[in-house]
Structure formats: C-alpha cells, structure tokens
Design a protein around this ligand. Structure first.
Ligand code: ANZ
Ligand code: ZN
Length: 807
C-alpha cells in the first residue's frame, strides 16, 4: 500500500491508545509463555504498594522499564514483565485507617484502579502472573519459610532493647531506622525492651559482602558494604580487680595501641556494670544508666556531642602495660556493637581523647608518626606509625603490631583475632494487624511450637478493631477467639503468636513467585524457577539500596543453602532510577505542583507522556519535568505520524538519509540497552529532522525502521503506523532493525557548548549535526542541563564548532 493515495488523518492518541490497549489484552500479546523458541529473559521492576494512584513517580520508574522490556522482546527474547502489589504493611494499613476503611477493602479497590492505570500507560504486563502479598495463597509461603528458618536456627526469639516507632506503634528493624528516625514516618525512634522474633542475617554477613558476578551500581554496593560494616581486629580481655570471674572483653581494631589504654569504658547497659560498681559510685552510676536509656542512638554516636560518663570506682589491669586502669561507663559506647566495652586509647582515638580531656584521665602516646616520643598531644593521632612506649614492641610498625599483639593475646589465652560487623539480626515481628501472622503457638508446657506445615496458612482474621496501640501488644491479641488454640504438640490450651511479620519479608521473595504464581502446593516450582531465574534485570528506587535489596539477597542465599534454589544472588543486573522534580522544585501535595498523569494523558497522550519522562533527563539521575518540554516530544510524534503517512515507495531511498538511518539505529539500540533513554530519543529526533530537512517526501524505507525504534518508547503510535504500513503482525513481533556497520560509522566531532557565553561542556556529535539536534543532545547532557532552565531565549550555532544557549 502506498500512502500518497490515502488521506492523512491527524494523529489522535485518544483514539488509537485505547484501541491498542484492548487489542494487546485480547490477543494475549503480553502473556509470556514459560517456554518458547526464544531465550527467556526476566525483566523485573519493584512492585508498588496499593496506594490507589499510579502517580508520576511510578510512571517514571515503570514507563522506562516497560520500554526496556519491549525493547528486549524486539531483540528476540521471551521477556517476562510481571507486576503485582506489595499489599501488606503499615503504609496500606495507615491509609485505610485514615479513610475509616478496612485495609482489605481499601487495598482491593486500589489495586483495581491501579491495574487500570497501568493499562493506560500501555505497559506490556503479563497480568496472569500477578502477585498480591496480602492474599493467603502468597503469605502462606512466608509462614512456610519462617518454619524452615526456625528448623535451621535462622529464626529465633529474643528479648532485646528494640527500636520502637511511637507514631507507627510498632518495632522497626535496624534497617528501617534512618538517622535515628522511622524510615516511613520520620518520627524519632525510641528503645523498648520486648521479646521479638529475629532472622539471623548476621550469619550471612560475609556472603552478603561478595556481590559475585553482579552488575550493580557501585554506589549501591558500597551502601550495602557500609551497612554490613565489617571491621577486622581483635577481641581481648582485661581482668577486673577484686572480681576473679569478671574479665572485661572488648573489641578493638587497633591492638597495636594497647599500651596506650589508660582506662576502660563499658556501655551503660553492659551486664557487668551492676557487678563491678563500687558502693560509693552506685548512685551516680545508676542515675547515669537511667538517663542513657532516653538518649537516641543517633545522639550517642554523634561525634560532635560532648562526651559524658561516670566512674564505676572499679579498676582493670592492662595486661600488656601492667597498669591499673579505671573502668568508666559512657553512652558513646554502644551495648550492641562489638562486646559493648572498649579499652580507651585517648592518644589515638578521638572520642577517647575528648573523654579523657573532659575527665582528666591520662593520655599516653604509643604510636608515633615519626618514631619519636612526644610529650603532649593536641589531638588524637589515629594514623599509622611506629609503636613507642610499648615495652618489647617499641619500634615495631603499627601495621605489624596489630597482628603481633593479637596473636600474643591469643597465646596467653586472653584474646584472639576477630571480625565484627555493624549488621544486626533482622527483627521481623510487628505489633500491627495488616501482615502475615507469625506461625507459632505458645504452650505453657511445650514452649514456642511451630504451627505444623499442613496447617498453613495461618489466616489473618477479618477483624474490625485493627488499630495499633502503644502497649507493644498486637491488635490480634484482643481476639481470644482467634488466638486460643490447642497446642500442636500436647493438645492442651495454648495461644497463638499475635505479632505479624515485617512487610519487607513479603517483598524479599516476590520475584520468585511471579513465574510460579499459579502453583498452590509450592512457593515456587523448581522447573519453572530454573527457566526464569535469577532475574536478569531489575529496576527499583534508590531507597531500596539497603533495605529491600539486602533482604532479598539474604533470603535467596538461605533458600539456596537449604537446597531450594540453584543460585545465590537474586538480581543479576540492578539499576536505580533517579527522581524527577518539576520546574526546578520538589513535587509535593502541599505545594500543589504534583504532575497528575491522567491530565497529561488526556492532553498529550500516553505515548507522549511516556516518551517525555524518558527524555527529560538521564534515567539514573532523574530530571526536571517542564510543561514546555513535553510539547517538543508531542511535536516529534506528530511529525512521525505525518512523515509515515506521507511516505512513498517509488524509486530508491536517499543514500545520505539512509546513512543517517543506520547511524540512528545503531545509536538508539546501544543507548536503550544501557537505559540511556534520553540520548536515544534525542537521536531519533535528530533523524526526524534530517528526514524533514531534505525537503522531499520521505521514502518508506527511510521511515519504517524509525517506527520500530520508536515502538518501545511510544508503543501505541508505533503499532498504529506499523499497521498502516500493511504489516500482518504487530510491531512487537517484528525484529529490531539491524544496521550496516559500514553505513553506521559516524564522523563525530566535539562540539563546545556554552550557556550565556560560558563553556559548560563538550558533546560528541556527528559532524553534520543540525541546530535542533545539537540543542537536544546538549540538553540531554546532565552537566549542561543544570545551566539551562526553561526555554532558551536565543541559540547561536556555529556548525561543527560551537553551540551557545542564551537563557
Ligand atoms: C581501641 C582503639 C584505639 C580503637 C584506637 C580505635 C582507635 P569500627 O572501625 O567502627 O569497627 N569500639 C568498639 N566497640 C565499641 C562500642 N560498642 N561502642 C563504641 N565504640 C566501640 O570501630 C572499632 C573501634 O571502635 C574499636 O577499636 C573501639 O575503639 C571502638 F587508636 O579500640 B578501638
Ligand atoms: Zn503443649
């Protein structure tokens, strides 16, 4: 069919978008089979919690992910692109409480709405595999895993001073406390003594540091490594005077400084405090201990804060120097790190130095940078050097000293080399309603008994008084009819655990469930799992860098070690998307500047909105949403529409245009593969300009491949134009166009970009680039974009040399 004869209709997204969405749904285009003649590829994006609104932030994560999934499909892969809802948890529960609805009702309503919004985005989701974490068919497997962890000693119950969020009225995992505040509601977290369930993630600290074979951003790996916080050193003990059995064991990363340990400090919560404190010091010690309880961890670890403490009156012996050294308590020593006690070396540790100054304790230099002994130190010296005033070790380098002192301590039986981690076990109990009940039954005679596997799931009952309170007792504990059950072991009356488990446990393994969503008898089918996993590509937010990603890795490693999985890492490639702002400002409801996707779809169409979100900045860095910018993208699609409709088939395509086409195919392919959407779109726009600049009607061979390049970004218009070109099968069943390497080589130059006359960067561009295309590429460069706010007032373009943007 040639198009010269057909009358060109106007591009009307509102007509074609619903049409194709319905068509894709009914043809099952997005229903990915478990096996096909193409290799499988699992493309995952972090599932949302059912807030009821697929907002612009979601779009910013999901539209590019959808683009990548479609792109990979066009490269001949059988791509699984599933979606679900992280439906349990405090967010959903609080929102339901605010609206005076039951969380189940609220969640259901929202999920329906959000599915609809995903459809309007044109997302190629395989909905048959939807995973909803608040359904018993999902969370029974959380409970099953809990039982498996319990069997292996990886789940345990302990009383501990745990993080309590007074606003959410529940305990939090350490990972959910950010700078001393609740990760969710930012309320200051306090300590509370409670008996809780923990997962022994610390047992996997070493494994979690590895990242073998993973393609992850360096930044995320470093964040996890810092969170795990591995420290190498030694554990050594000093005897306490007058207490035969009470040696104080401490962890140090600097055994080489041991001759400079002039006092010791215990955490106020240390169990030996009550044992060793002398009668004369008892009152002041007890007062200090009581006060320390009210101080947040963030304050206790704040380097700037004035050091406080109290003398216990007791003395220890520094076994190495032979000196008698006082034992103090101070809140800068944490009960939960190392052994909760330190040897204080004021000459070489800043905190100890400040403390010694405050309380006039002796400061003894034992490491010297120049090997010479100095009399007074103005500040702690924490660098390396030569050991001085250190008995037989004097003259030894500090690096060597670290090892020799540790092994000497080991020889004499008072210590050993040791490794400490900052990572704490994962507290999984929550005193809330909206989560999976922890499958345990307490019997007076038999203790904590697991619910037998064949009695799973322990169904969360539908109760109306599900609000939390500040007692630390769960809402389910108000429901005798639910929690009174016979002991599974002896049959006597017993009670269920009334806490539910952390939502982060739900999301830690959801990716395993998608491929096996249909299976009732296993959490994930071994054969299906082998076909799809591990996940090839995962896109999520930066906020997941530690919490969710670390938990997922842990759960995967445990399931691997139990023999359920053949791989140890869940996500081979991970990329975090950036955040978008609007006209330079953070979007917020109070400012009233939040972009509502529905308004934009109505005005511009989903294809334009999607493409603009991918165009407005580098995906991993985020960008600035500008209403003026979106019209440029729409103009591009309008032109594509017209050019495709006008295209003819007579004669041969233009050689120069074809050269540019091959260069464009290459660039769009390479850029999209590395999620550099903005530069890929800029390249397509540039090509469009070349097509139009040739002042002739384009040949079909010059346009048709462009429709394929556009398809992952703007799927509806591409499908429509592909059909217009007379193809029997849809554009997503077509293969991504290939390029001729000889034609695709680009003669590139370095173009200097100025903003208001100041050089702000250089970009690599084809020698013959046109002004518009150069401008688009310049604006796609993050370094330059920072200086270009709003629409430029004037452009000065010297082809092949310089672009000056006046704003
Ligand atoms: C003596 C010493 C001398 C230390 C010196 C440092 C420098 P990282 O690197 O973070 O692992 N420490 C040990 N347990 C502690 C606790 N529960 N609360 C507060 N501080 C504690 O830090 C290890 C160092 O932190 C340890 O090495 C110990 O002080 C202190 F020149 O021991 B050090
Ligand atoms: Zn019993």
């Amino acid at each position: 069919m040639t198009s010269e004869t057909t009358k060109t209709e106007r591009y009307a997204p509102s007509a074609i978008e619903p049409k194709w969405q319905a068509q894709w749904a009914s043809s099952g285009l997005n229903d990915t089979p478990d096996q096909s003649d193409k290799p499988n590829f699992y493309f995952l994006t972090a599932f949302p919690y059912p807030s009821g609104d697929v907002h612009v932030g979601h779009w910013y994560a999901y539209a590019p992910a959808d683009c990548a999934a479609r792109f990979i499909r066009m490269h001949g892969r059988n791509v699984l692109f599933p979606m679900g809802f992280d439906a349990f948890g405090i967010n959903a529960e609080n929102a339901a409480i605010d609206r005076k609805l039951h969380p189940a009702v609220w969640t259901e309503k929202n999920m329906a709405q959000m599915r609809d919004q995903f459809m309007k985005m044109g997302a190629a989701i395989d909905w048959r595999r939807e995973v909803i974490t608040c359904y018993p068919e999902y969370y029974r497997w959380n409970q099953w895993m809990f039982l498996k962890f319990l069997e292996k000693g990886l789940a345990y119950r302990a009383t501990a001073a745990v993080n309590w969020c007074p606003r959410d009225e529940t305990v939090l995992a350490n990972e959910q406390v950010i700078n001393g505040r609740c990760e969710r509601c930012e309320t200051l977290v306090v300590k509370k003594d409670l008996t809780q369930w923990f997962y022994r993630i610390t047992q996997y600290a070493e494994e979690l540091l590895k990242f073998d074979g993973l393609d992850w951003p360096e930044r995320v790996r470093v964040m996890q490594q810092n969170w795990i916080g591995r420290s190498e050193g030694a554990e050594i003990e000093f005897p306490v005077e007058g207490h035969r059995d009470a040696a104080i064991r401490f962890f140090t990363t600097r055994p080489d400084t041991i001759y400079g340990a002039t006092f010791m400090v215990l955490a106020p919560e240390h169990p030996l405090v009550a044992v060793i404190t002398t009668p004369g010091q008892r009152d002041s010690v007890e007062a200090y201990v009581a006060k320390a309880r009210g101080v947040s961890e963030i304050d206790r670890t704040n380097e700037e804060r004035a050091k406080t403490g109290v003398d216990t009156g007791a003395f220890a012996t520094n076994v190495f120097s032979g000196q008698r050294i006082p034992i103090w308590i101070a809140d800068y020593v944490l009960a939960t790190y190392g052994t909760g006690a330190i040897m204080a070396v004021p000459a070489h540790d800043e905190r100890d130095f400040a403390f010694a100054k405050q309380y006039r304790l002796p400061i003894k230099e034992v490491i010297s940078s120049d090997g010479i002994e100095h009399d007074a130190l103005a500040a702690a010296y924490s660098g390396p050097g030569t050991m001085v005033r250190s008995g037989p070790y004097t003259g030894t380098s500090s690096e060597v000293g670290k090892r020799t002192i540790a092994s000497e301590a080991q020889k004499t039986g008072i210590g050993r080399p040791s490794v400490t981690y900052r990572l704490r076990d994962w507290l999984i109990s929550r005193q809330r309603y909206w989560g999976p009940p922890i499958p345990i039954i307490y019997c007076d005679d038999c203790g904590a008994q697991p619910v037998p596997e064949d009695q799973l799931p322990v169904i969360l009952p539908e109760i109306q008084d599900f609000r939390p309170d500040d007692t630390g007792i769960s809402p389910l504990a108000r429901h005798e009819e639910w929690y009174r059950v016979p002991c599974p072991k002896c049959g006597k009356p017993a009670v269920r655990e009334t806490d539910v488990s952390d939502t982060f446990l739900d999301s830690a393994w959801y990716f395993l469930r998608y491929p096996s969503a249909d299976f009732d008898d296993v959490p994930f089918d071994p054969e299906i799992t082998r076909k799809w996993l591990p996940v090839h590509s995962y896109i999520g937010g930066n906020e997941h860098a530690v919490l969710h990603l670390l938990y997922s890795r842990f759960i995967t490693m445990v399931l691997h070690d139990m023999g359920y999985l053949s791989f140890e890492e869940p996500y081979m490639r991970f990329r975090a998307h950036g955040l978008i702002i609007r006209e330079g400002a953070k979007m917020s409801k109070t400012k009233g500047n939040v972009v509502n996707p529905d308004d934009y779809i109505e005005r511009w169409g989903a294809d334009t909105f999607r493409t603009y979100l991918m165009f407005l900045g580098p995906f991993e860095e985020g960008g600035d949403f500008r209403d003026a910018g979106i019209s440029g993208v729409r103009r591009f699609l309008d032109r594509l529409w017209k050019t495709a409709h006008d295209a003819h088939t007579s004669g041969e395509p233009d050689t120069a245009v074809m050269r540019k086409l091959h260069q464009t195919i290459r660039k769009v392919g390479e850029d999209t593969a590395r999620l550099s959407y903005n530069t890929a779109i800029a390249a397509m726009m540039e090509y469009m300009n070349v097509l139009r600049a040739s002042e002739r009607v384009a040949h079909r061979a010059e346009v048709e491949p462009l429709v394929q390049l556009v398809a992952p970004f703007a799927p509806h218009i591409a499908e429509e134009l592909w059909e217009h070109f007379g193809h029997e099968h849809g554009v997503f069943e077509s293969r991504w166009p290939s390029y001729d390497p000889a034609l695709a080589t680009v003669d590139e130059i370095e173009l200097v970009v100025q903003v208001n006359g100041k050089v702000r960067g250089k970009i690599h561009v084809p020698r013959d680039i046109a002004q518009d295309a150069a401008l688009a590429l310049a604006r796609a460069d993050a370094g330059i974009a920072r200086f270009v706010a709003g629409e430029p007032r004037k452009i000065i373009f010297v082809p092949g040399r310089l672009l000056n943007i006046v704003v």
